[in-house]
Design a protein. Structure first.
Length: 273
């Protein structure tokens, strides 16, 4: 990705630290054997799998991962240090725990937001970067069961997080990607995954041109949310959706300028606020 995005390489460098932390965590993660029947039962109820079966989270391990993510953010943006300190204090006092960071509620990590005064976007980044390896390992065994299932919600069927990126695949179908767990699911072409608004009326589409052909800012006039989208038929050599999202911060700048917000912020989005 850095080869393809050479002019951005310096800006994208902090993500290398994130990926290194995830790789380190990968040794000691719990996995789970999921049966097709229990997945189907959960999805029929409209419930993501982690609602009934959240991953076991070792408080000390999560604390290390969260601490590293907070330190990185404080280094990049010193103005957030006091709020991050309040979050650390709330963690030590037991007011915020690992389970509070799971993407279950509409506002991810609400106790952390309340205790620290950090913006929800910041807390959702911290939650995502802390929990991704845990959720990914825990849910890997369930991925194959989704194919035959009907899941029409705009949240991840595996972990319940809002979508992070859109891939357009064969036949023009849309596949939403989850940054929290690495899951993906197909979604209606003409419905907003963030507010369920239907039809072409609310659609706001801004197509990138030139070197970024194939990338689109896909927004919704009803909820003012957006996701970036990549047409994989035009970009067969694109990277994983998470990296494609991270590596296109210039498109986020345009979307923000137009008054749109995305549901799961990346690190560079936070520094631009
Ligand atoms: Zn997920
Ligand atoms: Zn919407």
């Amino acid at each position: 990705m850095l080869e393809r995005r050479r002019p951005l390489a310096a800006s994208l460098a902090p993500y290398g630290d994130v990926l290194a932390r995830w790789a380190e965590a990968a040794d000691s993660l719990a996995e789970r054997r999921w049966s097709a029947a229990e997945c189907a039962a959960s999805w029929r109820r409209g419930a993501p799998l982690t609602d009934a079966f959240p991953p076991p989270l070792d408080a000390a391990d999560v604390e290390d991962a969260l601490g590293a993510a907070m330190e990185q953010l404080a280094r990049l943006d010193a103005a957030r240090a006091p709020a991050l300190q309040r979050l650390a204090d709330a963690w030590d006092a037991g007011a915020v725990d690992a389970a509070a960071l799971l993407p279950r509620a509409a506002v991810i990590g609400a106790p952390a937001t309340d205790a620290s005064g950090l913006a929800p976007e910041v807390v959702s980044w911290l939650a995502c970067t802390t929990l991704r390896p845990y959720l990914d390992a825990w849910l890997t065994g369930a991925r194959a069961h989704l194919e035959a299932q009907e899941w029409t919600r705009g949240v991840c069927p595996f972990c319940g997080a809002p979508p992070g990126f859109i891939d357009v695949i064969e036949g023009g179908h849309r596949r939403l990607a989850c940054h929290f767990c690495g899951g993906a699911w197909t979604f209606a072409r003409l419905r907003c995954p963030l507010c369920d608004a239907e039809g072409t009326g609310p659609l706001y589409r801004l197509k990138a041109e030139g070197a970024d052909e194939g990338y689109v800012v896909s927004g919704c006039r009803s909820c003012r949310g957006y996701l970036k989208e990549l047409d994989r038929r035009e970009r067969w050599n694109g990277g994983p959706p998470l990296l494609e999202d991270w590596a296109t911060p210039h498109l986020d700048v345009v979307a923000r300028r137009e008054g749109y917000r995305k549901p799961v912020s990346a690190l560079l989005d936070l520094l631009a606020f």
